[in-house]
Design a protein around this ligand. Structure first.
Ligand code: GDL
Length: 460
């Protein structure tokens, strides 16, 4: 675990939406320590005291939770970093504002925190007060100045304190804007800078891309990796596949990497386990093998097969993996066989699909009702509900085909199939994508054809 080429191996709780409870965070810290991670950056966008109301101190009960988290981090040997995001309203030049910032930071210093971060991402690049307009030539200069003042203040307090920052331009490729060049030129060399790759959620991260950013900001960046995060527009999907597409030589150009997890902490452990394997040995990293191990650890011996089946149908993400290869293959084979005129009762492909759907139903049942990992169960529940919809939609589709073949009435299962299809395609979550839709479309086409034939026969 300790031979990783990356100095920094972390997580950033840096997503939008519901963030972790203190219990979830402390549990994740223990998981991280077991997997060789050494940094936890706390900066959830929806913590109002981290961003919107950054000037206000945390209430005592919340600080007590932080104290427990810092104690857990110290116990397990992971550095806890407190991040603050004042950029939506701060007046950079104001001494009063700086005091509000340092008062906030000081409260964490008093808890024993020594690592801090200023997150200036996802804000409009505008000044909020006249004082800034007079004082700074550019937005980059203002950011460098705020960070440098905070860094010097921290160093005066205790020279073991560290500071990192997320710039407003945290992704992209050359030519980078003047903002990044100004920032890189003026920012104290000891302050780490985050970079998410060419995109916000980057399918791949290559050495040359990171080197180009490093040149602009004049230091090797810390990669803020937006996987497996599933906030905002990604919230319908569960990102439960292995990390892919990270160049094995990134340690040559980056200080380290921090992964932004999902709003679901327990389910995030699958991807985070694979991420830890990449960080430990990027050259030897084998995504499939790491993923199998991860599913075994998170699912436990009892629920591993169920979790594997669930996960192999939920692989779509910015990383570009196909969503549900096995199921897709089964559906394609069914449609091929039926189109070739194989009667449903004789179709091996249809039988194989039915068996897989039964396995999926059992997997859903096991994850809901037989797992000892209650945290995983509650993370997966909305997707398991969707899984059931797809299972029953498929069964009704098959029932229609069989009834048609037998010359029996099929209106009821056809109607139910349509209802279930509607629920599944309008569900708040996505699972197995639209892979089963062509089956329903085929069944509907057959029904229409049959009706036309009957109408024709009556007319004739
Ligand atoms: C972002 C935000 C982050 C969010 C992520 C994925 C950074 C630096 N900032 O742009 O808070 O979780 O996208 O939506 O990545």
């Amino acid at each position: 675990m300790t031979h990783s080429p990356f100095a920094v191996r972390g997580l950033v709780e840096g997503f939008y939406g519901v963030f972790y409870t203190v219990h979830e965070r402390n549990d994740l810290l223990r998981f991280m320590a077991m997997h060789g991670y050494n940094l936890y950056v706390y900066g959830p966008k929806n913590d109002r005291w981290h961003r919107e109301r950054w000037r206000e101190p945390y209430p005592a009960d919340v600080m007590a939770h932080f104290a427990a988290t810092v104690a857990t981090a110290n116990e397990v040997g992971v550095t806890f970093c407190y991040a603050i995001g004042p950029g939506i309203t701060i007046c950079y030049a104001s001494e009063e504002e700086f005091q509000a910032l340092t008062a906030k930071v000081r409260a964490f210093y008093d808890l024993g925190v020594r690592a801090f971060s200023l997150l200036l991402d996802d804000i409009a690049p505008v000044f909020h007060c006249e004082e800034d307009q007079g004082r700074y030539k550019s937005y980059g200069e203002a950011h460098a100045d705020l960070c440098n003042r905070l860094y010097e203040w921290l160093q005066a307090l205790d020279d073991t304190c560290t500071l990192s920052m997320c710039p407003t331009d945290y992704h992209g490729a050359p030519p980078f804007d003047a903002y990044l060049h100004d920032l890189g030129e003026q920012l104290h060399p000891a302050i780490d800078v985050f970079y998410t790759g060419v995109q916000v959620c980057s399918p791949t991260i290559a050495v040359a891309e990171v080197a180009a950013f490093a040149e602009a900001v004049r230091r090797p960046p810390l990669i803020w990796d937006n996987y497996p995060v599933n906030d905002l527009a990604m919230s319908p999907r569960m990102h439960i596949g292995p990390i892919l597409g990270r160049d094995p030589a990134l340690a040559e150009v980056a200080r380290g990497m921090v992964a932004n997890p999902m709003n679901q902490p327990e389910a995030s452990k699958v991807a985070l386990h694979t991420y830890a394997e990449y960080l430990r040995d990027p050259q030897g990293y084998e995504p499939e093998a790491a993923w199998e191990q991860a599913l075994r650890e998170v699912g436990g011996a009892k629920c591993y097969p169920a979790l594997r089946l669930f996960a192999e149908n939920s692989l779509a993400s910015c990383l570009g993996a196909p969503e549900a290869t096995t199921l897709q293959g089964l559906v394609d084979a069914v449609l091929d066989s039926l189109r070739q005129g194989v009667p449903p009762s004789q179709s091996e492909a249809l039988r194989a699909l039915e068996q897989y759907v039964l396995d999926l139903e059992n997997a859903g049942y096991d994850l809901k009702n037989r797992s000892d990992n209650y945290a995983l169960r509650s993370d997966l529940l909305p997707w398991l509900d969707l899984l059931d919809n797809w299972v029953w939609m498929t069964r009704r589709a098959v029932e229609v085909l069989r009834k048609m073949e037998a010359g029996e009435p099929y209106e009821k299962p056809l109607k139910r199939m349509g209802e279930l299809l509607h629920i599944a395609t309008h569900h708040a979550r996505q699972w197995a994508g639209e892979v089963l839709v062509p089956l329903a479309d085929y069944v509907r086409e057959q029904a229409i054809q049959q009706e036309e034939e009957v109408a024709h026969a009556i007319a004739g």
